[in-house]
Write a protein that binds this ligand. Structure first.
Ligand SMILES: Cc1cc2nc3c(=O)[nH]c(=O)nc-3n(C[C@H](O)[C@H](O)[C@H](O)COP(=O)(O)OP(=O)(O)OC[C@H]3O[C@@H](n4cnc5c(N)ncnc54)[C@H](O)[C@@H]3O)c2cc1C
Length: 382
């Protein structure tokens, strides 16, 4: 039986996958939850994510374990929503450039060694396991197919979770403007919003995506930040047999629930500039090249037309690994900040909710505490 923590008032800041998932898990445990977000739900990274659910290639042991457990939670959700168009487990296919940077054989050996389901395939064999891909685009070193990977449409899921939250009695406050954590007597006591709303709380979780490091800094804590600006381009729906997520040298892409694709790439991030008014300058040539690279890896090289594109920060901690847990020395103040927040969205909410209401530290999060950054700064200073 799950005990109830109804006496605890917890306020979560952030309407992305981390905030919403955490709020729902807190409400499931019986906490009295208020979810506050500055705008609409999924207005930031969670609304423009490739959302490939994976633990492919090279990771620390602890980070790989967390990601694999994260995928397990998505699989459970998929089995409860059989046939859902917004959550699919139809594998991922990866290949590298045909040059000295190609590490496909090494990645395959590593994935096999750690028991991550993977197959190394010659280009001509790819169609036997997954359809819709242009075999001629695959490099001669071959491609890795990971049958256990998937993708999720985060805005749809966030909408479902918000409905569950309200049905469990959670309070939802959107369009509040910027919120900040109130700290009195050395502990977090609630949240104040730019629109004048104030919420009292016993604990506050800051899940504000790219804004987490700056908010932690206001509370005197260092969280190293490696957040880049990223671009996600969506095509118009077209006839395609594609099922898998593709990770290729010049483009990563996946199908969408409405029969289109979304795509991104590392090179396109380097072509984005922040304008003086805070908006991002996206060159039409960047968008066109992304669609053209996507067409190149798809069977029949379909003509892809632009439906929309979205650009903005992609939350990434400075050392690349998740930052989840309490801010030391400020009782009641918790943060959740990570790269790969789609893969980790459900498990992060589950683990942090349990920690907040029970006070019991999860061993799964031991490597991912915010305090590692201040320890690093202290070590450098000494
Ligand atoms: C292009 C792209 C591709 C990606 N690909 C993948 C992938 O393939 N696999 C994967 O696992 N992950 C991927 N990610 C990462 C993943 O999408 C993010 O890690 C995840 O969405 C972050 O969720 P979040 O809730 O932490 O942040 P966000 O979704 O950014 O949400 C933060 C929320 O906090 C609100 N907020 C901010 N400041 C305040 C404030 N002061 N007061 C009130 N509200 C505030 C924002 O408005 C927003 O609602 C990708 C991301 C991008 C952008």
């Amino acid at each position: 039986m799950t005990p109830s923590y109804a006496h605890q008032r917890v306020t979560v800041i952030g309407g992305g996958i981390f905030g919403v998932s955490s709020a729902v898990h807190l409400a499931r445990l019986g906490a009295h939850v208020t979810l506050v977000t500055e705008g609409a739900f999924a207005s930031e990274a969670s609304g423009r994510s490739l959302a490939w659910l994976n633990s492919a290639r090279f990771r620390s042991e602890e980070y790989h374990r967390l990601r694999v457990i994260g995928i397990d939670r998505w699989r459970t959700l998929a089995s409860r929503n059989e046939g859902a168009a917004w959550l699919r487990f139809e594998g991922g296919l990866t290949w590298d450039a045909d040059d000295a940077s190609n590490r496909i054989a090494e990645a395959f050996a590593h994935e096999q060694a750690i028991g991550y389901d993977s197959m190394l395939l010659a280009a001509g064999d790819v169609a036997k396991v997954t359809p819709g891909i242009n075999a001629a685009a695959i490099s001669r070193q071959g491609a890795i197919f990971n049958p256990g990977e998937g993708w999720v449409d985060l805005p749809t899921l966030i909408d479902i979770l918000v409905r569950e939250l309200t049905s469990l009695g959670g309070q939802v406050l959107t369009q509040t403007g910027k919120a900040s954590v109130d700290i009195k007597g050395g502990r977090a006591t609630g949240v104040s919003c730019a629109n004048g709303t104030r919420v009292e709380a016993d604990a506050v979780l800051v899940a504000t995506g790219a804004a987490v490091p700056a908010m932690a800094q206001q509370a005197g804590h260092v969280i190293a930040d490696g957040t880049p600006v990223a671009l996600l381009v969506k095509s118009k729906p077209f006839k395609s047999a594609l099922r898998a997520v593709l990770n290729t040298p010049n483009v990563a892409l996946r199908p969408t629930p409405d029969g289109a694709i979304v795509c991104d790439s590392a090179w396109s991030e380097e072509e984005l500039n922040r304008g003086s008014n805070g908006s991002y300058d996206v060159r039409p040539a960047t968008v066109e090249r992304l669609l053209s690279e996507a067409s190149n890896v798809l069977e029949g090289n379909p003509k892809l037309e632009l439906e929309s594109y979205h650009c903005g920060p992609k939350p990434v901690p400075g050392d690349g690994e998740s930052v989840i847990g309490p801010l030391d020395g400020i009782p009641g103040y918790f943060v959740a900040f990570s790269h790969s927040g789609a893969t980790l969205g459900l498990i992060t909410g589950e683990l942090i909710a349990h920690e907040i209401v029970t006070g019991e530290a999860s061993p799964l999060l031991a490597k991912f505490r915010p305090a590692r950054f201040s320890r690093h700064v202290e070590a450098l200073a000494s």
